[in-house]
Structure formats: C-alpha cells, structure tokens
Design a protein around this ligand. Structure first.
Ligand SMILES: [Cu+2]
Length: 184
C-alpha cells in the first residue's frame, strides 16, 4: 500500500513487478509509434504547416500589405469596414495581424492556389481560420508563407486565438471564397 513506507530501506534495488514492466513497454512502444507518425503525417497529412518562413521587419511587412491592399482593393467590407482585396488567382496574398485586426479582408477564388504571407506588426497573435480550424502562430519579425488552395465557397472567419490584450475578442478578419472567374 502506498501509504506505508517500503519494507526495505533500499527499495530501489528490488525487481520491478511484471505488470509495471508491461506498462512501461506499452508506453515506450506507443511513443515510438507516435514519433514515426510525425514523419507519416508530414508526408501524407493535408494540413501541414508552412515550411517557408523569412525574417522581415514589421515596417516592411506593413508596407507590402498596404501596397497589396491598395492595388487589389475591390470594395469596402460591409462587416468590418476593411478593404477587400481580390488578388489575381495564383498570386501572392498578404494579411497582417496587429492590435486588434486581421487586415485586409481577402477574396479568393475556389480551386486556385495562392501564397498567403502572414506576419504580425506588434505582438504574438494566433491565426485561426474558422470553421475549418486551421491554425498558425504569427510572430512579429517572421513572415510565414502558406500555400493555400480554397476547396469550398463561402465566408470564412479569421479569429485570434492567442490572447493579445483588451481587444483580443474583437480581432476578427474575413476571407471570402468565390467561384473561379475562369469557370463562370
Ligand atoms: Cu491577437
């Protein structure tokens, strides 16, 4: 019984019980299985994180995102009041996180592949695409480039899932996915 002290003072030299050995073996083997799954998921998984990241100053990233938003702006978004940028299919897309916005709103075509550049201008934020639940941490000074192919039409929300201050819960962005212009 665990509430009594061990009978022998030098208890650590005693043989390990068979049941305990079996549990140690199971836990060890499961650890080995999960370790190999990391390799398997990387090759077969469909939600791998970006393996492309660069150092970038927040000012440079802000400048690029503002240029991008200005160049491809098609309208103002009714919900957020942010510009909606509709870049050409297959192109580079920028979205920045800052207190407390995901900016600008994007309009992408279904079935087209884009390179989404993500970074933060101030603190750490969490990019969380809803309702599909794709998540990536976004840090100032680091630009992630994610290859993205929308497979469904609709309105997707971007929320911040890394607590970043008083306005954290208002940090909501949008991505609209529309039919491809080529198939219309
Ligand atoms: Cu945030």
């Amino acid at each position: 019984m665990a509430i009594h002290p061990p009978e022998a003072r030098v208890w650590w030299n005693e043989r390990i019980e068979r049941g305990e050995l079996i549990w140690i073996a199971i836990a060890f083997l499961w650890g080995v299985v999960m370790f190999s799954m990391m390799v398997y998921w990387h090759l077969e998984g469909r939600q791998n994180l970006s393996t492309e990241a660069y150092r970038i100053s927040p000012d440079t990233f802000a400048e690029r995102t503002e240029k991008f938003a200005e160049k491809f702006k098609v309208r103002e978004d009714g919900d957020t009041g942010y510009p909606v940028a509709r870049p050409p299919a297959g192109g580079d897309v920028y979205m920045l996180g800052r207190l407390w916005q995901w900016w600008p709103v994007l309009e992408l075509e279904k079935g087209q592949t884009y390179r989404l550049h993500l970074s933060s201008l101030d603190w750490q934020h969490g990019f969380s695409l809803q309702p599909v639940n794709i998540n990536i941490q976004v840090h100032p000074g680091v630009e992630h480039v994610i290859t993205l192919t929308p497979t469904e039409k609709g309105t997707f929300g971007v929320v911040c899932n890394e607590f970043c201050g008083l306005g954290h819960h208002t940090m909501v962005g949008r991505i609209y996915v529309v039919d491809s212009a080529k198939t219309k």
